[in-house]
Design a protein around this ligand. Structure first.
Ligand SMILES: Nc1ncnc2c1ncn2[C@@H]1O[C@H](COP(=O)(O)OP(=O)(O)OP(=O)(O)O)[C@@H](O)[C@H]1O
Ligand SMILES: [Mg+2]
Length: 276
């Protein structure tokens, strides 16, 4: 991990609009977030803001509390205390479907049942169906799909094109590489028209070229105004993609700033070297 920190800095994707993005209105405000599991203070008083249309990275050593913080923000894990104000609504302690309805969507690993569906089907079943149709019924009874479904198929194709997965539309998810599955997970989240995406290690276990592909897809989405909060260990990608980075260690936020600045900060190096 320390090696990654001292890697040659990656080329920057910062642009003239970066200052605007960083100083714009906050879509997410997290205040004094605490998540305790018995005696374990997995998240121990974390506060941060995410400006609309920016990408914020959450980094730190294993066990730092990154995933727990992300889950508490997205409503999967109930915070012990603190506030999670998203787009003006306090979501702390509310279930994830409330966050999703407000426009904050977390990507999920494709479960076993999704491997047996095609890429297109995976995107279509991620959309809540109207008129009480079950998702499986809708897939089974394809010939009854109406205008609503045709619009969703068009939308799914647009998303797949953006992710450069359009030619995989009819492939089974089980035949995809790990990296392509990660892209399908992102595609499924995009079907919900999110304002903000939460991603936990979107590049983990993916080969370098697909990791770049995922990074570019996320960068393009961010440039189109989507707000991103991502946990990631691949610090080169974090540096290129993220407008700002928060460093966690031992449940606390120990530093924040641009990745380039953080690489030389002693407390960050110490955290990665196991000094905490
Ligand atoms: N459901 C749980 N019950 C009890 N303890 C938990 C639970 N989830 C996480 N923890 C503990 O909380 C701490 C933070 O875990 P978390 O998974 O958030 O770390 P992380 O920063 O995401 O680490 P990694 O980089 O390895 O994914 C760890 O000590 C972990 O064992
Ligand atoms: Mg984690």
């Amino acid at each position: 991990m320390a090696d990654q920190l001292t890697d040659t800095p990656a080329e920057s994707t910062s642009s003239d609009s970066e200052a605007d993005r960083v100083t714009g209105a906050a879509i997410l405000r997290v205040v004094d977030l605490e998540v305790h599991f018995g005696a374990v203070r997995a998240v121990n008083g974390v506060s941060f803001e995410v400006q609309t249309g920016t990408a914020v990275g959450l980094i730190g050593p294993n066990g730092a509390g990154k995933s727990t913080a992300l889950k508490a923000v997205g409503g999967e894990t109930r915070p012990t205390s603190g506030r999670v104000i998203f787009d003006g609504i306090d979501l702390a302690g509310r279930p994830s479907h409330v966050a999703a309805r407000a426009g904050m969507i977390r990507t999920f690993q494709l479960g076993g049942e999704f491997a047996r569906l095609t890429v297109m089907e995976n995107l279509l079943v991620s959309v809540p169906r109207q008129r009480g149709k079950s998702i499986w019924g809708a897939l089974g009874g394809r010939r009854w799909w109406g205008a609503e479904d045709a619009a969703e198929i068009r939308r799914a194709r647009e998303i797949l094109s953006r992710l450069e997965l359009r030619e995989k539309e009819n492939d089974y998810a089980s035949d995809l590489s790990g990296g392509q599955r990660k892209l399908v997970e992102i595609g499924r989240a995009l079907m919900a028209r999110p304002k903000m995406l939460l991603l936990d290690e979107p590049m983990a276990g993916v080969n370098r070229s697909l990791a770049r592909h995922i990074e570019h897809a996320l960068s393009a989405l961010r440039n189109d105004g989507l707000t991103l909060l991502l946990v990631e260990h691949e610090l080169g990608s974090v540096e290129r993609l993220c407008d700002r980075v928060l460093v966690m260690a031992g449940g606390r936020q120990i530093a924040s700033g641009h990745m380039g600045q953080l690489r030389s900060r002693q407390e960050v190096l110490d955290a990665y070297l196991g000094g905490r």
